[in-house]
Design a protein around this ligand. Structure first.
Ligand code: ZN
Length: 160
């Protein structure tokens, strides 16, 4: 079974991911349990290849009666050209941000905690590449992008 850890290892971002989780303020709220939460995220959440995804390249399934929380990633992501690997990682971290926001703040959408995580991971907190799954060669057209600093300024204050 693939997990977030094994995918991160395969995609050469495990060290970045670990470091990002260890320095994430939402994760830090768990105090002594932060390491357990990291271990849970990395080793327990299955990553399932799914070519049925239509609206996005990945999906964080936060609740599921049978499978529990799991991540679905389009199979094409596992076989992208070199120049698309950054975009693949953005999809992966986008979904991980959903789990962090959910398990620390019960934030289920693209709300302020998800946005915080994306910025912390180094990405613009925007949904990108949606609808691009049918044509991974181009990975779709990027939606309007704003500078990360502009986005941070528009984020509401939130309690950590
Ligand atoms: Zn999302």
């Amino acid at each position: 079974m693939q997990t977030i850890e094994t995918v991160a290892r395969d995609w050469n971002c495990l060290e970045k991911l670990l470091n990002d989780l260890l320095t994430n303020k939402l994760m830090a709220q768990a105090g002594d349990d932060t390491n357990k939460l990291i271990q849970f995220l990395l080793c327990t959440i299955p990553v399932i290849k799914s070519n049925k995804l239509k609206a996005a390249a990945g999906k964080a399934v936060l609740r599921h009666a049978k499978l529990g929380p799991h991540m679905r990633l389009h199979g094409a992501l596992f076989d992208v050209r070199d120049e698309l690997k950054d975009q693949r990682l953005e999809t992966f971290f986008h979904e991980i941000a959903h789990f962090v926001a959910y398990f620390t703040k019960h934030d289920t959408g693209h709300g302020v905690y998800w946005q915080y995580c994306m910025i912390h991971f180094g990405y613009a907190p925007e949904r990108c590449f949606d609808g691009a799954v049918s044509n991974f060669r181009g990975y779709g057209k990027r939606k309007e992008t704003r500078e990360i600093n502009d986005i941070i300024e528009t984020l509401p204050e939130f309690e950590l």
